[in-house]
Write a protein that binds this ligand. Structure first.
Ligand SMILES: Nc1ncnc2c1ncn2[C@@H]1O[C@H](COP(=O)(O)OP(=O)(O)OP(=O)(O)O)[C@@H](O)[C@H]1O
Length: 231
């Protein structure tokens, strides 16, 4: 069933379970997990290594599907959606920021940011305007033509944040977005993410081990025994 949420709810996970089959036997990672994130809300998920943070983010981003339970993204229940329809919804509605930046080395900063707009078929003139606007927003307008290797780690992650937000997604998912940055740069990047999330009304789920970053969150949740609880 597909329906629109009346309010600003962008992510809704209900009774989500996720198991994996491994050589050592089945691993039951998520065990009846519930999560709701609204527009303009920044939720940080913490938990020890292996607790299932990446698994949770991938399910919220519809990159992975739960073993059971329901997932709603931008007001749509994704159960039963075909692969193409789900890929279209994901491309339009989700921005993903990776710990390792995930930039294409042969492309300039601006070209990297433009990739998601190409995927959703945005017209060239509109693409150029959106790329310029978001690079300005992350403070990299003067670095638009540089390749990733010509940028610092913090600048590369700013490109990663710009790329994730250029489509104006309903949902931002970030997996240890500051894990490869020094603490000062990490704080700047997290402040940028929080600012953009709040001003653009994006629903954000950020996984991190770093207590310093949790200060930027509207809510901090802990993944424990496959469920979320207030930290
Ligand atoms: N595709 C998979 N196949 C088998 N097991 C998997 C798969 N993905 C994750 N797991 C297992 O699920 C558990 C949770 O992994 P996950 O990567 O979600 O944890 P995490 O909290 O993100 O860890 P970290 O903080 O180290 O990144 C681990 O035991 C992992 O080995």
């Amino acid at each position: 069933m597909t329906h629109r949420e009346p309010d600003g709810l962008r992510v809704r996970l209900r009774d989500v379970h996720r198991s994996f089959t491994t050589a050592a036997g089945p691993v039951h990672v998520l065990r009846g997990l519930d999560l709701e994130v609204g527009s303009g809300e920044l939720v940080v998920v913490r938990g020890p290594s292996g607790s299932g943070k990446t698994t949770l983010l991938n399910i919220a981003a519809t990159i992975d599907a739960p073993t059971s339970g329901s997932v709603e993204l931008a007001g749509r229940d994704v159960a039963g959606m075909g692969d193409d329809a789900l890929a279209d919804l994901r491309a339009a509605s989700v921005g993903y920021v990776f710990q390792s930046f995930g930039l294409l080395p042969v492309l300039s900063a601006a070209e990297n940011v433009e990739v998601p707009l190409r995927l959703i078929g945005t017209e060239p003139g509109e693409r150029a305007a959106r790329v310029a606007e978001v690079l300005e927003r992350v403070g990299l307008a003067r670095h638009a033509r540089q390749r990733p290797y010509e940028l610092s780690g913090g600048q590369q992650q700013r490109v990663g944040v710009a790329r994730a937000l250029v489509t104006r997604p309903a949902v931002l998912v970030a997996d240890e977005p500051t894990g490869q940055l020094d603490s000062g740069t990490a704080e700047q990047v997290m402040a940028l993410i929080a600012d953009l999330v709040h001003s653009a009304g994006v629903a954000a789920v950020v996984a991190t081990h770093d207590p310093a970053l949790m200060a930027r969150a509207d809510r901090v949740l802990e993944l424990h025994d496959g469920r979320l609880r207030p930290a």
